[in-house]
Design a protein around this ligand. Structure first.
Ligand code: FMN
Length: 346
């Protein structure tokens, strides 16, 4: 089977079945299929092109594609590590276990750009102690990014100190729109500077701060400068965008998927132009095709993450993107992905 056929089969499965059955059943089916079947043993989903390697915070990733934060299940993370990604991110872990918001907490959203999601997951996760006990069982076939979310500086410190030893990188989330206290961080740049400094001092691991696309002015005017000032030099731009959604239990949620792409591209291009090479950028939001990933890298992204595209386009998407990047290196005579940025044609 070729990767094109695998991608077409998944599209038929998603378009014909998964996108028509109730969302909780589709999630159950999709996640069970991912957990139970050994997809990660098939070389089909991976690229062997060594030119695609990138260095993020000093850590070598075999390629620039990252599975964005949503899954905490170690069986799923383990499979994902063999599905072409250069790194895999955990769910944002909180101090205490959380059941998440009641259902409905995820709905599909159709748009001319393609299929997306709106969720009010509310950080459903097993909590710090249980996750710390579980994480040593996960082999790191590719680097693991451990993600955390807190409601106070003390909570972030506790989480980062406890979980950093289990990841190659640590992402701290100040941007999920589904719990007011996390989302509110973006409105408090002064508190953020203290947060950044203290978290930076709490671990030697490379730190990523995950930003909200809803706060572009604050991000670029105050939050990124504060992060750089504290020595946090990797940003993930970014999280879902908060939208009203009457079908959800909370009446609002985080929009993900292709509707985000145009602003993700602009955010990356502006941020790279303003801050130059002083920071590394993980571009997240709306990637569901090879062309979109390539556009983000050309615009200045060091790496590119996606989540909704994994659900709507399936496990073949990573290999399709990686093959496209390899062809682009051939076409432009570039030796590395960093060199491709010089070819931004926008
Ligand atoms: C159901 C669901 C749960 C998510 N959980 C988290 C989370 O725990 N932490 C986080 O930083 N982002 C979380 N995200 C956001 C994604 O990691 C990503 O930033 C966002 O969906 C935009 O990328 P995409 O358009 O590729 O999906 C979640 C997204 C979805 C759809």
């Amino acid at each position: 089977m070729t990767i094109g056929v695998a991608a077409a089969l998944y599209r038929a499965l998603y378009g014909g079945v998964l996108s028509h059955i109730p969302e909780p059943t589709a999630v159950l089916l999709g996640q069970s299929g991912l957990r139970l079947l050994p997809w990660d043993r098939l070389p089909l989903f991976r690229s062997t092109d060594a030119r695609l390697a990138v260095t993020l915070g000093g850590v070598r990733l075999p390629n620039p594609l990252i599975l964005s934060s949503m899954y905490y299940d170690l069986a799923i993370l383990r499979r994902a590590m063999g599905l072409g990604f250069g790194a895999v991110t955990t769910k944002s872990i909180t101090r205490n276990a959380r059941p998440g918001h009641p259902e409905p907490n995820m709905v599909r959203r159709r748009s001319p750009e393609g299929p997306g999601l709106v969720n009010c997951n509310g950080f459903r996760n097993p909590g710090l102690e249980a996750y710390r006990a579980a994480l040593p069982a996960l082999p790191h076939r590719v680097p693991l990014i451990v993600a955390v979310a807190g409601e106070s500086i003390e909570e972030y410190l506790l989480l980062v100190q406890a979980l950093a030893p289990f990841g190659e990188l640590v992402e701290f989330n100040i941007s999920s729109p589904n719990t007011a206290l996390v989302y509110e961080w973006s409105r408090k740049p002064d508190d953020l500077l203290r947060l950044f400094r203290q978290v930076r001092a709490a671990t030697a691991k490379p730190l990523i701060v995950k930003l909200s696309p809803d706060f572009a002015d604050a991000n670029e005017g105050a939050i990124i400068p504060a992060a750089l000032d504290a020595g946090v030099t990797i940003i993930n731009y970014g999280n879902t965008r908060r939208v009203p959604e009457p079908r959800l239990s909370q009446g609002a949620g985080g929009l993900s998927g292709p509707e985000l792409f145009a602003s993700t591209l602009q955010n990356v291009r502006r941020t790279r132009a303003k801050f130059g090479e002083s920071l590394q950028i993980i571009a997240t939001g709306g990637v569901d095709s090879a062309d979109k990933a390539l556009a983000l890298i050309r615009a200045g992204a060091t790496a590119c993450a996606y989540l909704t595209g994994f659900i709507t386009r399936g496990p073949a998407l990573a290999r399709l993107i990686l093959d496209r990047l390899s062809r682009e290196l051939d076409r432009t005579g570039s030796a590395t992905l960093d060199a491709l940025r010089a070819h931004d044609e926008a």
